[in-house]
Design a protein around this ligand. Structure first.
Ligand SMILES: [Zn+2]
Length: 253
């Protein structure tokens, strides 16, 4: 599978857990072992401004260390979504994450909403009529939900469950019960992993989440799907989590 990644994602652009030194290393190694890396361009102001207010855009633009990396992360999500539209499943290995970025504000280590920027571009030009976002990060993607609150074309699901079996079941249920859509996006945060902040999911659960997304995208929308990294903070195990997810999410080889 093509994985969109830029060297600048390795920069320590902020003092938060998502920007920590070494956080992407095991994921990068996992991707290099079995996937094709591609280098994105920064998202344009026009792309970002479809989701974010001028005030928010300018506020982030003044953050000289953050802005170029955040614009590249949004650009990687845009590239992954364009791949998905063309029938190639794709992953954006990015930071900063995006799902806590609302149109006019952000928190939780997020600055621009990468998934929302990518979807808005395709929706705006009529390339897709509707999209579904499955967010399996530990935290609720309030930014994504807010961005599309008044846009019925985008459905957003963030499953919650007391244990791993129920969690995977609820994610599958959310995918199955959604209204029709043309494109499936996954906000892939790995902080619900057993050895991460959430202390819940096993590697095989990430494989199953990937498989559920793949199979449902095939059933619903000719397999059109992409995923974007959100949270995940156990540097040593993130590579295993991502490899497991991509095994399920990718086409069989
Ligand atoms: Zn999170």
């Amino acid at each position: 599978m093509k994985v969109w990644f830029h060297e600048r994602f390795l920069e320590r652009y902020a003092r938060d857990p998502a920007a920590e030194e070494g956080r992407l290393d095991t994921m990068l190694a996992a991707v290099r072992a079995g996937h094709e890396l591609a280098m994105p361009e920064a998202a344009t102001e026009e792309d970002v401004r479809r989701v974010h207010t001028r005030r928010h855009f300018e506020e982030i633009r003044r953050e000289r260390r953050i802005f170029p990396v955040a614009a590249l992360a949004a650009g990687a999500a845009v590239a992954a979504a364009e791949d998905a539209l063309a029938g190639r499943p794709s992953f954006a290995l990015v930071r900063p994450p995006g799902h806590h970025a609302s149109p006019d504000s952000c928190w939780g280590f997020c600055f621009f909403n990468n998934v929302a920027v990518a979807l808005s571009r395709l929706l705006d030009r009529g390339a897709v009529g509707g999209a579904f976002v499955l967010d399996f990060d530990l935290h609720h993607g309030d930014g994504t939900e807010t961005a599309f609150r008044s846009d019925a074309r985008v459905q957003y699901a963030h499953p919650e469950a007391p244990d791993r079996t129920d969690f995977v079941e609820r994610a599958g249920q959310a995918l199955r019960e959604a209204a029709p859509y043309d494109l499936l996006a996954v906000s892939a945060g790995f902080d619900r992993f057993a050895e991460d902040w959430g202390g819940m999911l096993a590697l095989e659960d990430y494989r199953e989440l990937g498989r559920l997304a793949r199979d449902e995208a095939r059933r619903r929308c000719a397999g059109r799907r992409f995923a974007v990294l959100e949270g995940g903070y156990n540097h040593d195990r993130l590579g295993d989590c991502l490899a497991a997810f991509l095994e399920g999410f990718d086409d069989e080889r």
